[in-house]
Design a protein around this ligand. Structure first.
Ligand code: NCD
Length: 322
């Protein structure tokens, strides 16, 4: 879901609320634009003026390291003014609702608000109350579109394509917005998705999204091109989903031994933050020959620049007297 479609632009949406509903050509457009920013971000002078005079607010109601930092860098590298709203210090602590917060911020005429919230659907609700572009920085276990885009850019740069690849997403699928956005994106782009997790961490109807489900990691990883690991998101768990961390690592932690089931050139990915020794062995995570985890972080800035660019180019001129 992406907000109201407007005209025949390459990215004709007012918001980026999810990958669901985006077409292959819209995804490709964002990835191609991001590609140009990868080069810019490697130069000494990283600054552009595209967003000069524009205001971007990062409104994060949940903890974040890489996502908020890369939205901030993305906005600044495009020449915009960026404000990070520390929610613990805001009126939310005084009981103000998300809608009131949105309307208060809206009155200050921001051009883009990037939002992260623990409730699925909260970002869409906020987008309906403001008249600027809204980017979903992760809502509950629903969607995290910029993460799926940065994952896709990383894969496309390493493998030269997305279509036809076998991608295994492994771990805590049940609580993962990263998994959901990636399933949408990979299916739209013609890749095949497998989900690998214990039965307790796989929602029963997830196969309907277009993925094959495995409860055995050695089986699920057979012949895969991409092995995407997920963190156990204990902050969203309200009961026990597995007997112990030790047992979880034994069956579902990525080790060289299990990785040997995938293709010899299979790429290891993780959105971070990683729990070393829980879902991934430290040596595998740090193996620069196999792991693209640091590259994912780099691609995050370029992808967020492309999203900010696409949404601000689509924005109508603001009537400051309104
Ligand atoms: C992910 C998230 O917040 O959903 N992290 C991120 O954005 N890099 C995954 C996670 O928290 O495990």
């Amino acid at each position: 879901m992406t907000g109201k479609a407007k005209d025949t632009n390459s990215f004709p949406h007012s918001h980026l609320l999810g990958i669901e509903g985006l077409s292959a050509s819209e995804i490709t457009y964002l990835l191609d634009r991001a590609e140009t920013y990868v080069e810019q971000n490697r130069q000494a002078d990283k600054r552009k003026t595209l967003l000069r005079g524009r205001t971007i607010i990062n409104l994060f109601f949940e903890a974040s390291t890489r996502t908020i930092t890369s939205f901030e860098l993305a906005g600044k590298r495009l020449g915009g003014d960026v404000i990070n709203m520390a929610v613990s210090a805001s009126s939310m602590q005084k009981g103000e609702t998300i809608v009131d917060t949105a309307m208060t911020l809206n009155a200050m005429h921001p051009d883009v608000i990037a939002v992260r919230h623990s409730d699925s659907g909260a970002v869409k609700l906020l987008s309906e109350k403001v008249n600027c572009a809204v980017i979903n920085g992760g809502d509950g276990k629903h969607e995290h579109p910029t993460q799926a885009l940065l994952d896709a850019l990383t894969i496309r740069r390493r493998k030269g394509k997305l279509a036809g690849l076998q991608v295994a997403i492994c771990g805590d699928i049940a609580h993962s917005r990263v998994a959901r956005s990636n399933i949408h994106l990979l299916n739209t782009m013609g890749a095949t998705v497998r989900l690998i997790a214990p039965k307790t961490l796989i929602p029963t109807d997830i196969a309907k999204m277009g993925a094959e489900v495995f409860n055995d990691m050695n089986q699920g990883l057979q012949n895969c091109d991409i092995v995407m690991m997920l963190r156990l998101q204990t902050e969203r768990m309200h009961k026990n989903f597995f007997p112990s961390i030790r047992e979880y690592f034994h069956f579902f932690g990525l080790t060289y031994e299990k990785l040997a089931n995938a293709k010899p050139d299979a790429l290891v990915m993780h959105p971070g933050p990683m729990n070393r020794g829980v879902e991934i062995d430290s040596e595998v995570a740090d193996d620069i020959g196999r792991s693209a985890i640091r590259e994912q972080v780099e691609m995050g800035v370029a992808v967020r620049m492309a999203c900010l660019e696409a949404l601000t180019l689509n924005a109508p001129e603001q009537d400051l007297n309104a």
